[in-house]
Design a protein around this ligand. Structure first.
Ligand code: DGL
Length: 306
């Protein structure tokens, strides 16, 4: 069984899950985090549930020897399409997604019995209606307006920043129909989008609360690990756990805490990850998709009685 020194695994199709890594590290600075970005098979947002479930299954299967104490599917698309299936496949693991925390954060930010809440996300997340269901579970009369914004992931993975006029144009076009419905909150329903958060906030204006799932996801991980007695920092007691997390600067990390894997050796990954996290991220280890497929077949064969 995974003990308190085991790592937390965080996975996504690319860079986006680093927004969740950042929040987890701030909430839990003593934890080791293993990050897996499936860069060769990105984007997940245009794929079917069957394929995305297979990808996530392969990644978890590959990382199983690390005996992670918690797995965060830091991808809204994979959370929406694959979370229940993956939980069933790995009943021994504690696995959480980011849609439920995102919905919780939106409800907290949206006052009234029937708030109008905008959600921007990938095509697959929008099609799944995961956010509508999750938000209306908490607030049945909420009006949830979802808009697919498929160009944003490639734009962000390309390293384009808010200063780029193309980025602004794209966001303005995508957001206009959502803003026409006068939402009080806008959920960034893809873990890549907080990378453009400042520009998005500027475009939607002060009246609209811009929400993402990263901080809420980190708090959920913290509570779950705390109640399972698996926090790495031995002195952290329950009272401390329940206090809002202190935010130490990332550079002051007490130990090398992040190890990254990717499925394609993009020189861009380490550069963009370093730019985003504000620390020098080492070159990630490359695990080609072939190895993930082969590894899954080996696991399936060794599970066979013959
Ligand atoms: N970051 C991901 C999400 O939260 C997925 C992006 C993609 O690969 O399409 O949905």
């Amino acid at each position: 069984m995974a003990g308190s020194d085991a790592p937390i695994v965080v996975l996504d199709s690319g860079l986006g899950g680093l927004t969740v890594v950042q929040s987890i590290h701030r909430a839990l600075p003593y934890e080791q985090i293993v990050y897996f970005g499936d860069t060769a098979r990105l984007p997940y947002g245009s794929k079917t549930a069957k394929v995305v479930t297979q990808f996530v299954r392969q990644i978890i299967e590959y990382l199983l020897p690390l005996a992670p104490k918690h797995v965060v599917i830091a991808c809204n698309t994979a959370s929406a399409l694959a979370l229940p299936a993956v939980r069933e496949l790995f009943p021994e693991l504690e696995i959480t997604g980011v849609v439920e925390p995102g919905a919780k954060a939106a409800i907290t930010a949206a006052p009234g019995a029937a708030p109008v809440i905008g959600v921007i996300a990938t095509e697959a997340t929008v099609r799944s209606r995961a956010y509508v269901l999750a938000i209306q579970r908490h607030r049945p009369s909420a009006k949830v307006i979802c808009r697919a914004t498929p160009l944003l992931v490639p734009i962000i993975e390309e390293g384009r920043t808010a200063a780029d006029p193309l980025v602004r144009m794209c966001l303005e076009q995508y957001l206009r129909p959502v803003l026409d419905q006068r939402p009080c909150a806008l959920v960034l329903g893809c873990t890549h989008y907080p990378i453009l958060r400042d520009l998005i906030s500027q475009i939607v204006g002060d009246q609209v609360a811009v929400i993402d799932s990263a901080d809420q996801s980190a708090q959920d991980v913290r509570l779950r690990l705390g109640s399972a007695g698996k926090l790495r920092h031995a002195e952290m007691d329950l009272a401390e756990m329940l206090r809002p997390a202190a935010l130490p600067p990332l550079e002051l990390s007490p130990h090398p805490w992040l190890r990254c894997y990717v499925t394609d050796d993009s020189p861009r990954f380490a550069t963009l990850a370093s730019r985003f996290l504000g620390i020098a991220v080492r070159q990630p280890e490359v695990v080609l998709p072939d190895l993930l497929y082969a590894n899954m077949n080996i696991a399936a064969a060794s599970a066979s009685p013959f």
